[in-house]
Structure formats: structure tokens, C-alpha cells
Design a protein around this ligand. Structure first.
Ligand code: ADP
Length: 603
């Protein structure tokens, strides 16, 4: 029995078995390139082993030379597969070097078929029989082919490529990989190249055992792959652990999780999610069924968001209502994330949903409360202005009475002067309109109303507060200077609420002037453009300004320094301004006195 034949056949069949297993792995997961390279390496080694057996059993130099020529085909396959494996497994960055190695080897294969008997020998001159593992095997001798240098260069460059990749892996802290695959395969490859040199150039009479060296490399790779399996098992355990933790956290936070395969249309939902949306544990979840449960007013929005996500938007957050089987409404807050393939086609959406009914209820209550407080605040400001406003209304009423009396007298004349009576009636109409305007503005301030955002001119706003505040200012001998606002964009806001802010600020300004007992008594209301998207409105006074101790408390609710103050004016004003998306701040003007400034977004 020939031992070489037995050992080399076993080696070849082991390699083919390995190749088959890893090819199947690659076919199932095309992204696992290491499996593909490993399989190719095994196939190459099996053929190499076959060639080596044929070489050992050659009977003539020509036969030997022909087999050596074909041996270089599996050698190219092995080298290319090894380069590919190392490139992916050790994450080398030197793609150019990888291609150089493969390119040189391909060149040497071409020369192998063109120059001399093969790339190793120009001509195989004789065969010698040597003892090997108890057998007599053939070993060729002849003139070395100088082109063999190219083949050798490719091998030694491959060794350099592997050492470099191993060095990179070592520096990244992947020492096991660097030593295992990197250095071990560089060692076996180097040994095989040395053996070729000794046989061809050194004339050493031993048979070529390249396939054994390759088997060494395959063993190292197989060990690395089995470690990979071990890692996968550990990862699976970690994954299950983290899933448990996530389920626990989701349960505690009452989060329902879901995912939807956008290619196949399948939906998966956790038990918590099913409970949240009123699905039984066996009821199939589909987008249509889900949309059926959504409140009719929110359906379109939900359908749009969940229907077909479009890149680059990945994250979707949304709040909507669902109607439960008993007719009650539940608010759901949901956040979803979409995955797309390289071409931007949606693949999957996954996310979490939770019941936010309680928060929504609280928000609504807070909103109503805020409106209530603002309303009370308005009543209080109008209350402050009431005396002056009553006077403002009394004046036209008195004038109307006097004009009506005069008109009656004119009518009693024999020949009433109709032109005079017409002028009197016109005066009456104007006075009536004046009184009516004041009453209208007071009424709109006192009426309870919801926030109504709409575009308006700043001049319109200023005209309203001019009507309401002038009588009070005159009564208190304060010069109220309301700037003309031309060239300003329209602002977006609720007219009554913005009036309330201005009334508060001007009323405070007049109080500050009284408090300071300053000789100059003036309040200036002005507006200017603040950046491209807002208007800034300022109320400046000639009072004593804001002392540092007061500054940090100004906007606190119930903070007041006045005997009859409520301390709510500035707090309410700030809430209103912020609800409009603006800011309200106070500062001391350089010319003395305080200045309150707030911004309103442009319409
Ligand atoms: P109230 O007017 O009822 O006191 P506010 O919230 O409107 O409540 O004002 C809070 C406090 O801020 C006032 O009591 C006053 O001390 C201070 N303040 C408001 N406006 C001015 C101003 N123009 N100059 C100086 N201090 C002011």
C-alpha cells in the first residue's frame, strides 16, 4: 500500500468536504465572503494535492513537466482565495497590494504556459526516484526557469500583505486574529515558497508538498471560523439577554413594540402593543386593520406616515387617537424608524408606541387653565383702565346729548336750517362711533375666547391699544408716544392676547413713572424688524428702571412691589408671548427707565 497515495487522497477529500460545507454557508448568506474564499482555497488545495500525487508517480520527465505546468492553476486559485480571505477577515486596507499579488500570480500563470516546460523548469531533464514516507517517488531535475522569479515575487508580496494586515489587526486589539490567521498563514506560505526554491534552484531531491503547507493554512482558517461560530453562540446568548431586558423595560414603560416588513407586508407586534391597540392575541395585524382603529380625523395622517416612508427621512414621530371597541378614545404616541436598501427602497419599519392619553388630558387642562388665567388678567387690566375709559365713553355721550338738544332747538324754528342740522347729525354719528369703538375694544378684551392666530399689521395692534390707553395716560399726565409702524411685515398672533401684553406693559410703565415721581413722564411704544422672521415690540418708560434685586423676580407669578398689585401681569404676558413662539425680556435703557421687549413671529 502506498502511504503517499493514502495521505494525499485523504488530504484532498478533507479539503473537498470543507469546501462543500463553506460553499453551502456562502450560498445561504452571500454576504459571508470569508466562507466563499475559504471554500475556493479548499478546492484549490484538493487539486494541488492531486497534481502532487501525479508528480510523485510520474514515469517520464515529460509527464512530470506537464503535471508541474497544471499545478500552477490551483496555485493561482489558492493565492487569490487567501488574499481575499485575509483582506476581508483581517480588514486590510491595502487593496492595491492585494491586486498586485493576484495580478503577478496571473502573469506567472500565463508565462507558465508560454516559456519553457513550465514556470519552474525551462526543461525537466531527468527523474530521480527518492524514498518518501516508505515509498519510492519521482522527483524532477532540470534547468530552472528564470521567470519563476515572478511567481516567487507574488508569493513573497502575499506574505508581506498578510503580515501588514495582521499588524493592522494587532493594532486594533484583535490579537488572536492577527496571530492565528495572519502570522500562521504567512508562515506556511513562506515555507511553501522556500521549498519550491530549494527544489528548483537548490536541486534538493525532495517531492513538492505544497498541499500540506496549504492544509496548515486551511487548519488555521478553519479554527478561526469555528471561533466565529463560538462568537455567534455568545452573541446569541447576549442577544437573548438584551431582548429580555428590553422586554422588561418595554413592559415597565408600557411600551408596545412593532415592526413591519415593507417588502412582504408582514406586521409583527408585541403583546403590549396588541393590548394598546385593542387587538386580540390571535387577530392578525395588518396596516388596514390598524387604520380602521384610528380615529377618522387622524386616519389620513397615520396612513401617510406609515404607508410608504421615503428617504432620507428615517424617523417618524406621531400622536394620534384610536377608538377602542367600547367607543372610548385613546391617544397613542408612536415613534417609528424606517430602513432602506442601497437604492433607497423601503425595507422595514419598526418602532414603539405608548398610551399618552393622560398627558394629552393634562396638556388640555393646562391650556384651558392658561386661558382662564389670561382672561382674569385681562379683566384686571381693564379694571385698572375702567375709570379713564368710562370718562372716554362719557365724553362722546355728553356731546351726543348736547348736539341732540341743539338739533331739537333748530327744528323748532320756523325755517329750520337743514344744513346746520345735517352737520349736527354728522357730529352725533362721529361721537357715537368713538364711544362704540371704545366699548367694542373693551368687549373683545373681556369676552372669553380661544386663541385665534391670524396675520395682522402691527399698526392695527397699536391703534387698538392707543384707543384703550390714551384716556388713562392723559388722566395720569403721561405722554403716550405710539410709533408709526411702516415697512414692517405682518405678524402672526392672537389680536386680543397681544393687546393684553401691550396693555400690561404700558400700565406697568405708567405705574413705574408714578413710583419714581420723575419730572419727565413719557412712555414710548415702538416696533422694529428682528431678523427676517420676527418683529420686536418695545415699551420704554421714563421711570427709575429696574433695580437689580427686582430683576430676577419680575416674571415670577405673584411677584409685586405695588400695594394693590397682583403680580400676575408679567407672568401672564410672558406665557402669552411664548405661546406665540416669541420671547419677552426686560432691560434698563441707557437713557434711564425700563424697557420691556418682546418678539412676535412674522406672518
Ligand atoms: P403687578 O403690576 O401687579 O405688580 P406685574 O407682573 O405686572 O404685576 O409686575 C411685577 C413687578 O415688576 C411690579 O410689581 C414691578 O415691581 C415690576 N415692574 C413691572 N414693570 C416695571 C417697569 N416698567 N419698571 C420698573 N419695574 C417694573
Amino acid at each position: 500500500m502506498s502511504w503517499t497515495l493514502v495521505i494525499w487522497s485523504m488530504l484532498a477529500s478533507a479539503c473537498l468536504t470543507f469546501a462543500l460545507i463553506h460553499l453551502l454557508v456562502w450560498l445561504r448568506d452571500r454576504s459571508s465572503l470569508t466562507s466563499l474564499y475559504f471554500a475556493l482555497m479548499c478546492v484549490g488545495t484538493a487539486f494541488l494535492a492531486l497534481c502532487e500525487v501525479l508528480m510523485m508517480q510520474s514515469r517520464t520527465p515529460q509527464e512530470f513537466a506537464r503535471v508541474v505546468r497544471w499545478l500552477h492553476v490551483p496555485l493561482l486559485l489558492i493565492l487569490a482565495a487567501l488574499v481575499g480571505f485575509v483582506y476581508v477577515y483581517l480588514q486590510s486596507r491595502r487593496l492595491w497590494l492585494a491586486w498586485t499579488v493576484v495580478g503577478l500570480r496571473a502573469l506567472s500563470l500565463m508565462l507558465n504556459f508560454l516559456a519553457g516546460d513550465n514556470i519552474s523548469f525551462l526543461a525537466v531533464q531527468e527523474l530521480r526516484q527518492v524514498e518518501f514516507l516508505g515509498d519510492k517517488v519521482s522527483v524532477g531535475r532540470g534547468a530552472p526557469n528564470p521567470w519563476m522569479a515572478i511567481g516567487q515575487l507574488s508569493v513573497w508580496l502575499c506574505v508581506a500583505f498578510i503580515v501588514d494586515a495582521a499588524h493592522g489587526a494587532w493594532r486594533r486589539g484583535e490579537r488572536g486574529k492577527a496571530l492565528g490567521v495572519g502570522l500562521a498563514s504567512a508562515f506556511f506560505l513562506g515555507a511553501s515558497a522556500l521549498q519550491a526554491l530549494l527544489i528548483v534552484w537548490g536541486g534538493v531531491a525532495i517531492p513538492s508538498t505544497n498541499s500540506v503547507f496549504c492544509l496548515g493554512i486551511i487548519a488555521v482558517m478553519a479554527y478561526a471560523s469555528s471561533r466565529h461560530v463560538l462568537d455567534v453562540r455568545q452573541l446569541a446568548a447576549q442577544l437573548s439577554e438584551s431582548e429580555q431586558r428590553m422586554m422588561l423595560a418595554a413592559g415597565a414603560a408600557r411600551l408596545g413594540t412593532w415592526s413591519r416588513d415593507l417588502v412582504r407586508g408582514d406586521v409583527w407586534a408585541s403583546t403590549q402593543w396588541r393590548e394598546l391597540f385593542g387587538f386580540t392575541s390571535t387577530e392578525p395585524v395588518t396596516l388596514d386593520r390598524l387604520v380602521q382603529k384610528v380615529h377618522p380625523d387622524d386616519r389620513q395622517r397615520v396612513q401617510q406616515a406609515l404607508g410608504a416612508p421615503r428617504p432620507p427621512r428615517r424617523v417618524y414621530t406621531m400622536e394620534f387617537r384610536i377608538v377602542l371597541p367600547d367607543g372610548s378614545v385613546r391617544w397613542i404616541a408612536t415613534q417609528g424608524q424606517a430602513d432602506f436598501d442601497a437604492r433607497g427602497r423601503p425595507l422595514r419599519m419598526r418602532g414603539a408606541s405608548m398610551d399618552c392619553t393622560e398627558r394629552r388630558k393634562n396638556e388640555e387642562e393646562t391650556r384651558l387653565l392658561r386661558q382662564e388665567i389670561a382672561h382674569v388678567g385681562r379683566i384686571s387690566v381693564v379694571g385698572q383702565l375702567a375709570a379713564a375709559l368710562a370718562h372716554e365713553i362719557n365724553q362722546p355721550l355728553g356731546a351726543i346729548l348736547r348736539n341732540a338738544e341743539a338739533a331739537t332747538l333748530f327744528l323748532r324754528r320756523e325755517k329750520p336750517d337743514l344744513a346746520e342740522i345735517g352737520a349736527i347729525l354728522e357730529d352725533i354719528r362721529k361721537d357715537d362711533q368713538r364711544a362704540g369703538a371704545v366699548i367694542d375694544r373693551m368687549r373683545s378684551l373681556l369676552r372669553r375666547q380661544t386663541v385665534e392666530m391670524r396675520p395682522m399689521a402691527v399698526a392695527e395692534l397699536f391703534a387698538d391699544i392707543g384707543t384703550l390707553l390714551r384716556p388713562e395716560a392723559e388722566a395720569r399726565h403721561v405722554k403716550l408716544d405710539i410709533a408709526l409702524c411702516q415697512d414692517l411685515p405682518q405678524v402672526a398672533g392672537d389680536r386680543v392676547h397681544l393687546q393684553q401684553v401691550l396693555l400690561n406693559l404700558v400700565a406697568n410703565a405708567m405705574d413705574a413713572i408714578d413710583e419714581a415721581a420723575a419730572p419727565s413722564r413719557s412712555v414710548v411704544v415702538s416696533a422694529r424688524r428682528e431678523g427676517p422672521r420676527a418683529v420686536e415690540i418695545a415699551v420704554s418708560d421714563s421711570g427709575a428702571g429696574i433695580p437689580p434685586a427686582r430683576a430676577c423676580h419680575l416674571f415670577e407669578p405673584f411677584y409685586t412691589t405695588k400695594a394693590k398689585g397682583m403680580g400676575m401681569g408679567l407672568a401672564i404676558s410672558r406665557t402669552i408671548v411664548e405661546a406665540h413662539g416669541g420671547t419677552l425680556r426686560a432691560e434698563n435703557a441707557e437713557s434711564g427707565g425700563a424697557r420691556f421687549l418682546f418678539t412676535v413671529p412674522a406672518a
